[in-house]
Unconditional design. Structure first.
Length: 109
């Protein structure tokens, strides 16, 4: 299978783990034929510490996240990013971050 890399984009969507099914449905609805899911722990350094120095008062707060990564064409990438921005606008609390990156070179099957 030959893929023209000059028209490929890397779409990365990161959300809290609770949105896994919603993002799976989103990718399915928008005909993303292949993607990877990566479970990860998101860390946020707290500005104001509670009981600093005590083992109970944490300096960072962990969040279970899920990342979706897919290599897709230019038009599909732009369309998906626009729809993810609309979703975030409609539900500001949904905590989805998405990025599109140009693919310069690669080795594919």
């Amino acid at each position: 299978m030959h893929i023209a890399l000059e028209n490929m984009k890397l779409l990365i969507a990161i959300a809290v783990a609770e949105y896994r099914e919603r993002l799976q449905e989103f990718f399915s609805e928008h005909k993303v034929s292949f993607y990877n899911e990566i479970e990860m722990k998101g860390m946020k350094k707290l500005e104001k510490q509670h009981r600093l120095g005590n083992w109970f008062g944490q300096r960072t707060m962990g969040v279970d996240n899920i990342a979706f990564i897919s290599f897709i064409g230019d038009e599909q990438a732009d369309s998906l990013l626009e729809k993810l921005m609309q979703c975030k606008a409609e539900m500001p609390q949904c905590n989805i971050n998405a990025y599109v990156i140009d693919v310069e070179k690669g080795v594919v099957q």
